[in-house]
Write a protein that binds this ligand. Structure first.
Ligand SMILES: NC(=O)c1ccc[n+]([C@@H]2O[C@H](COP(=O)([O-])OP(=O)(O)OC[C@H]3O[C@@H](n4cnc5c(N)ncnc54)[C@H](O)[C@@H]3O)[C@@H](O)[C@H]2O)c1
Length: 269
């Protein structure tokens, strides 16, 4: 997600720095972005000049000290402690005006904010996968944000060409809350032996969904999707209907994370 968000920001004319703890991830991100832009040229969507400008707006940095900006968008693993620790570091090296935004799919933005010195400067900015293409962005506000800050983030997302929806900080926000039964009930059907995953995908796709739930979970990453299911389940006081799936947990334990690991429900190698 980080690479897609960085591409989007640079393509929209914002000087952008992409940072990751792993150097190899940055190399992959650079080649993915170049490939995406090349495809956009071939489709006539952008010019070679626009591609060059985008690449010149992008820096790939390996030292967190270089993550100083007016707006920092975090897109690391879906773990609250990891996000808090990263944001505490970022708060220490940035100014008091810097806005710290999280791309979390489900974690409490207020819990992140409360662990930081300037909780009013923390907000949720939830892009969808793939970030350069998907129109919707959830702007997740907390009780600490002032209207001016929310409005500036909404304006920013519009400059990215997105459709922002402001929502309250609640488990799974809007989309991941509504989508939980889509994944969990599909997994339940497989677990009960009522249908196999290919059949479910084919059926739902034929009714108009762009992707079936298993193809979509593979795209999102089974680790991320499972973490979101667990976080929404916990935050909602463990309703039986939203119990995370054993099948999905096993996929994560076996490293079958989906497209990014080469195998999930489907094979990608
Ligand atoms: N995958 C999706 O479809 C999707 C959609 C919307 C939002 N999100 C959210 O975006 C975030 C990232 O998801 P993803 O699918 O890109 O995950 P991912 O596992 O593909 O990427 C996470 C990246 O974070 C890096 N990382 C881990 N700890 C770090 C740290 N402390 N500092 C810097 N980098 C660190 C990892 O090296 C990795 O490259 C999650 O919060 C997820 O909920 C994901």
């Amino acid at each position: 997600m980080g690479s897609g968000i960085a591409q989007l920001c640079a393509q929209s004319g914002f000087p952008t720095r992409l940072y990751d703890v792993h150097i190899n991830v940055l190399a992959t991100a650079r080649s993915t972005i170049e490939k995406n832009l090349q495809i956009a040229i071939e489709k006539g969507k952008i010019s070679t000049d626009q591609m060059n400008k985008t690449m010149m707006s992008l820096e790939f940095v390996t030292d967190i000290k270089e993550c100083k900006a007016d707006l920092v968008i975090e897109a690391i693993i879906e773990k609250l402690e990891a996000k808090i620790s990263l944001f505490q570091h970022l708060a220490g090296i940035n100014t008091k005006e810097t806005i710290l935004a999280s791309n979390t799919s489900s974690l409490s933005i207020s819990s992140i904010a409360e662990a930081l010195p300037r909780k009013e400067r923390v907000i949720g900015l939830h892009f969808f996968n793939p970030a350069p293409l998907m129109r919707l962005v959830e702007v997740v506000k907390t009780q600490y944000n002032e209207t001016a800050l929310i409005e500036s983030i909404v304006a920013f997302t519009k400059q990215l060409g997105k459709t922002p929806v402001v929502c309250k900080d609640s488990p799974g926000f809007i989309v991941n809350h509504v989508a939980r039964p889509f994944y969990i009930e599909s997994l339940n059907l497989v677990e009960s032996g009522y249908a196999d995953f290919e059949t479910i995908d084919e059926l739902l796709q034929s009714t108009g969904f762009k992707m079936g739930p298993f193809r979509l979970m593979d795209l999102i990453g089974n680790d991320i999707n499972y973490a979101v299911s667990c976080s929404v389940y916990e935050a909602m006081d463990k309703p039986a209907r939203l119990q995370p799936s054993r099948i999905q947990r096993e996929k994560v334990e076996n490293g079958e994370l989906g497209k990014k690991s080469g195998k999930g429900y489907y094979n990608y190698s």
